[in-house]
Design a protein around this ligand. Structure first.
Ligand code: G6P
Length: 581
């Protein structure tokens, strides 16, 4: 099996004295490396005065952990500055929180270059290189400049902003160009994928091709693959944790009261002030909940040297104090707010104890807390999940109670719905969610991504992308399209560019790929053909239409049509609108 080289800002070195890491990235990467073996390179979480010229390595089983501290200047400019005061707010649609300084950008580029210098001697020549997250976008360019020729993949764990937001970031062209150096870019959702491709097309003049875009002869493959969780492992840990003294103490302290729980990093993208307001709205509108409900919010300290985070901490303290001041009684405190980090096992036990998981980010790439909450529930009496529709996870967890995280009264009403939900309905919703999580667990995610990266590697070596006769069903290529949109194109067959399809969002459409066959399957009112590669002529409704890779052609369902004069490597993607009749 090909070894992996994983590069991420933070590295979790086993048996080190690091604080437990918040966020799902570390868990996702650890699993992939344990399976493939290789190197995990990045920051060790410490700062120093002068840049070290060598990396510190620790070998553990089949993994080498290679780390370096950041200088104080790098910490300020690359990590706190450009990564977290520029990219983080832009990617989370919060331009008002962006604080751009030219030295941040320079420090970001320079730190990526230094990382590349340190990594280079560790490369053996045949590994798959996988870079993670927004801190390290320039890494592929830095490695290419140092002569690395093999394919390099990137995965963005946070949302990709719309092109309008990208353009607000000084230096956006150079940042997008750096992204386009990768061979495969993975994103959490189809929406993020579309946003990335649109930015590359509109911002840099790339053109849409099968599975991604092409810029100046370089094929940038893109894929949408939501990060999952290890369902069984989490369920086991949650069940074990329920019996621990710590969780039992929580249970005893609650007595008969229902627990509403939230737990994440203290970050302005998580919608915490609105969440407190929503709980207050519940108490204001439902007198009968007084004394019977406890809202426990755990907000682990994060990025504490950034002013926005400090301001948020103060705001939350005052909101928690306000709710308790107004509503508490001699035998009941409505809100428990903790600004501290708990071990993952404890959190899972807390989740299993809760009646409601309250996860309401204003914007989130995925949100693994929502998935962990579901995985941690007891199957016979699961809690309900109230989830922001602006979290990537909402696309999969449709059976949660989905809320708008800016609508505090709406969220208060959703809490009431969750608290009063009958056990049977909770079970039904949970069953649906856990099945989705099982189908797309963490190992499925990494296998799909690494499969695509290996295909990109084959591409780069000039091999065919898909072995003959094995056209994969590509669940990542789900488009969004309304039936109305389909009917507007009815006068076809006329060539439509890919880009036009993507401007119309709506219902999901499924995608599959038979090879150059006659197709007369009236699955739905509309079918769409996207010439994937090569060229062909479509004979349909008495006329012939030449089509090429990247073309989108509407064919009314049930119309006899077939492809003629196609090149050997011709293949089409067939898109149909399920149930559009
Ligand atoms: C998010 C990011 C990760 C990051 C984590 C914790 O999940 O996607 O890349 O590591 O937050 O943030 P921190 O700044 O403490 O690394």
């Amino acid at each position: 099996m090909t070894r992996l080289v994983v590069i991420s800002n933070r590295v979790t070195v086993p048996r080190s004295r690091q604080k437990p890491q918040a966020g799902g990235l570390a868990v996702a990467i650890s699993g992939a490396l344990a399976e493939y073996g290789g190197i995990w390179f990045g920051w060790d979480g410490k700062t120093c005065h002068r840049p070290p010229t060598t990396v510190h390595t620790v070998e553990n089983g089949n993994i080498v952990y290679a780390t370096t501290p950041l200088t104080q200047a790098e910490h300020g400019q690359y990590y706190a500055g450009f990564s977290n005061e520029v990219l983080w707010p832009v990617c989370h649609f919060m331009l008002g929180s962006m604080d751009f300084w030219p030295e941040y950008r320079a420090g970001y580029e320079a730190t990526n270059e230094r990382f590349a210098d340190l990594l280079l001697p560790l490369l053996q020549g045949d590994e798959l290189i996988w870079v993670h997250d927004y801190h390290l976008v320039p890494m592929a360019r830095a490695l290419r400049e140092r002569g690395v020729q093999r394919p390099i993949g990137f995965f963005l764990h946070i949302p990709f902003p719309s092109f309008g937001l990208v353009r607000a970031m000084p230096g956006w062209r150079s940042w997008l160009r750096a992204l386009a150096e990768y061979d495969l870019i993975g994103l959490q959702t189809p929406e993020d994928r579309r946003a990335l491709e649109t930015s590359l097309v509109h911002g840099l003049g790339a053109r849409f091709v099968e599975g991604g875009v092409e810029l100046e002869g370089h094929h940038v493959r893109t894929t949408a693959q939501p990060v999952g969780v290890e369902v069984d492992e989490l369920a086991g840990a949650a069940a074990r944790s329920s019996g621990t003294r710590r969780v039992q103490r929580l249970v005893q302290s609650l007595g008969p009261r229902d627990l509403i729980i939230g737990a994440e990093r203290l970050d302005y993208s998580k919608g915490l002030p609105q969440r407190f307001d929503a709980y207050e709205s519940l108490l204001a509108h439902h007198r009968e909940r007084h004394g019977k409900t406890v809202f426990m919010q755990i907000a682990s300290p994060s990025r504490e040297n950034i002013q926005e985070y400090e301001t948020l901490r103060e705001l939350l303290e005052s909101k928690a104090g306000h709710i308790n001041g107004v509503y508490a009684d001699f035998d009941w405190v409505p809100t428990r707010y903790m600004n501290k980090t708990f071990a993952r096992e404890s959190l899972l036990g807390f989740f299993r104890t809760a009646r409601v998981g309250f996860v309401t980010p204003l914007r989130d790439g995925m949100n693994l807390v929502a998935k962990e909450f579901v995985a941690a529930q007891a199957p016979d009496d699961p809690g309900a999940l109230v989830l922001s529709e602006l979290a990537g996870a909402a696309a999969e967890l449709e059976s949660a109670i989905l809320v708008n995280p800016f609508d505090t009264d709406g969220m208060g009403a959703a809490l009431e719905q969750a608290l009063s939900m009958p056990q049977e309905e909770r079970r039904e919703r949970w069953q649906h969610m856990i099945e989705v999580l099982r189908d797309n667990d963490l190992s499925a995610w990494r296998h799909r991504y690494l499969h695509d990266l290996e295909q990109a590697a084959a591409d780069r070596r000039g091999h065919p992308r898909h072995p003959e006769g094995r056209e994969p069903r590509d669940s990542s290529a789900t488009f969004h399209l309304t039936p109305e949109d389909a009917s507007r194109r009815l006068p076809g067959p006329a060539g439509e560019r890919f880009v036009e399809l993507w401007q119309d969002a709506g219902a999901s459409v499924e995608l599959y790929a038979p090879r150059g066959r006659d197709l007369q399957t009236p699955h739905a009112r509309g079918e769409f053909y996207v010439g994937a590669r090569g060229s062909a002529t479509l004979r349909c409704a008495g006329s012939e239409l030449p089509c090429e890779a990247g073309d989108l052609i509407f064919v009314p369902a049930g119309t006899a049509h077939h492809f003629v004069d196609h090149t050997d490597d011709f293949a089409v993607w067939v898109v149909f609108v399920p149930g559009a009749n």
